[in-house]
Design a binder for this molecule. Structure first.
Ligand code: SGN
Ligand code: CA
Length: 526
């Protein structure tokens, strides 16, 4: 009798405690795998629109190497920035704080390099840190054991680099050189006994979209479908969309951008929107040898001769410029994709694929003719969004897609969290680690955005706003005071501002409230 009772007791005890044990054991395995302190490689391109990555959209280009990262990892389908322009976005990524908090509000700022950044924190926690490529923050990089940066925007051909020892010029194409330097640092220069963080920051596909010589044969080989809104007249929107100077039709150059020789453009009687487009066309060519110049001229000759015979005007000219834009822009992306393949192969051959988080991201999105535009800056979808892909098989299930609203304020915390480092309280994002693990967690319901660079090139007015999964409210201010509201479900291309529509007044009130709360929460009182 006694024996029976104790057996029963044992069985009940096992039933009650085993699930807990199992959970604790699983928890331990999870911690052990994550405590391996993974390496982190962040590949950041400059102005790479998600529309030009086939993992996101197959209309324009195939990017097999970027797609492979998504196939073996996670693609974020709703990834955004907080201020869609280069150096502010980079400052947000480094600090995990919105622009008003890290102080770097526009491209004219000098980054306060004494402030806290994730590379500094990781460096002091035993990580090797390196930065290669575009920096754009003006002040000397801090928190990196090794850095080699492009001055300002950098150059495509035979680019100059700045290192601790001063400036020097390298021979070759910028995307190849940055990849070579990244591989060289991983293979030869770092301390092999420490985990590492590498920022591999490409110049491409930034304007003026100069392709790699290796790809000259394919530059003119394709014709691209036009976006539906190429001839948008902005009638459904406010002043800011109408006055922005980023229309392919009016503000894109025929020389620097479309690569027609300045002499031809002048002789045909065209006026460039900005006179320095001519000068910049010359600057692109200044470090090239006679043979290299001849290779460029051979590449574009059929296009130039065709234009000489048949100079376009009106809508035909806009269409022609759009094709020229896509040909060059997408060819620079092909080289980015090829080079990502090269880096991937190096990691594979050196057994670094398993314990490395690879991140693919752009500093912001870009218009590829949508609304008739190029460039970025607006809180409208194409520039507010940015591609984001992460591969780390230890915790990320292959081929996963996440639909939560994530933003570049989240990256710093994610990297610290993955490395097992305490996240400072003053960072403003959220670690993406639970999302990477595929966990169902309470996530943010709204994103905050604030753009400041006005008056400036492209004349996009200052604005801030809020976006939920369905709605977007924007306030344009400074020299205007206009509100816009979009229903992204009924109007995904953002053609109709419904701020005054009677049926949206309740939603407007809700969004106004949410915007005020976010400004309070993030401390943006400016
Ligand atoms: C340059 C470009 C602009 C671009 C800014 C900022 N003109 O000024 O078109 O918006 O950079 O870009 S260019 O003729 O010099 O190419 S950012 O990505 O660095 O913010
Ligand atoms: Ca950029």
């Amino acid at each position: 009798m006694r024996k029976k009772t104790s057996l029963l007791f044992l069985a009940v005890w096992l039933l009650v405690t085993l699930p807990g044990c199992d959970k604790r054991a699983k928890e331990k395995v999870k911690q052990d795998t994550e405590n391996l302190r993974p390496n982190i490689i962040i590949i950041m391109t400059d102005d790479h629109a998600y529309q030009a990555i086939s993992a996101y959209d197959t209309t324009l280009i195939r990017t097999p190497n970027i797609d492979r990262l998504a196939e073996e990892g996670m693609r974020f389908a709703n990834s955004f920035v907080s201020n869609s322009v280069s150096s502010p976005s980079r400052a947000v990524c480094l600090t995990g704080k919105h622009s008003h908090r890290n102080g770097h509000i526009d491209n004219t700022c000098v980054f306060d390099s004494t402030q806290q950044t994730f590379p500094k924190i990781m460096q002091s926690s035993g990580y090797q840190t390196a930065l290669i490529g575009k920096w754009h923050l003006v002040s000397t990089p801090t928190g990196f054991d090794h850095w080699e940066i492009l001055p300002g925007q950098g150059e495509y051909y035979h680019p100059e680099f700045i290192t601790e020892n001063g400036k020097h010029r390298e021979q070759g194409y910028v995307t190849d050189i940055i990849t070579d330097k990244a591989i060289h640092w991983i293979a030869e220069q770092r301390d092999q006994n420490k985990p590492f963080v590498l920022l591999c920051n490409h110049k491409a596909p930034h304007r003026e979209w100069s392709p790699s010589p290796a790809d000259y044969p394919i530059v003119l080989s394709k014709t691209y479908p036009e976006p539906e809104t190429l001839f948008d007249d902005y009638s459904g929107r406010g002043t800011a969309a109408k006055t922005a100077e980023m229309r392919i039709k009016d503000h894109m150059g025929l020389t620097m951008d479309s690569k027609l020789p300045p002499g031809l453009v002048d002789s045909l009687g065209y006026n460039e929107f900005l006179s320095w487009y001519h000068t910049d066309y010359t600057h692109i060519r200044r470090n090239l040898s006679e043979e290299e110049l001849a290779a460029i001229d051979d590449t574009y000759r059929p296009m130039i001769e065709d234009f000489r015979r048949n100079p376009r005007t009106g809508e035909e000219l806009t269409r022609w410029k759009y094709q020229r834009y896509m040909q060059d822009y997408l060819t620079t992306i092909k080289s980015v994709d090829d080079n990502i393949g090269r880096l991937y192969n190096h990691l594979k051959e050196n057994n670094l694929l398993e314990n490395t988080l690879i991140v693919y991201v752009s500093d912001q999105g870009f218009y590829l003719g949508e609304h008739g535009w190029f460039d970025k800056r607006f809180m409208y979808e194409e520039s507010f969004r940015t591609p984001l892909i992460m591969r780390y098989p230890k915790i990320i299930k292959a081929n996963s897609v996440n639909y939560d609203l994530v933003q570049n304020i989240d990256y710093a915390e994610t990297f610290l969290d993955l490395a097992g480092i305490t996240i400072p309280d003053d960072m403003q994002g959220r670690s993406l680690l639970p999302l990477l693990r595929g966990e169902k967690v309470e996530w943010r319901d709204a994103l905050y955005y604030h753009y400041y660079e006005y008056p400036s090139i492209h004349a996009v007015k200052r604005h801030y706003g809020v976006r939920t999964d369905r709605y977007k409210l924007i306030h344009f201010y400074y020299d205007i005071d206009e509100w816009e509201l979009y229903d992204l479900q009924n109007d995904p291309k953002e053609m109709n501002n419904v701020i005054d529509a009677p049926q949206y007044q309740e939603i407007k009130k809700m969004l106004m409230k949410r915007l005020a709360e976010l400004r309070e929460e993030y401390g943006d009182h400016g």
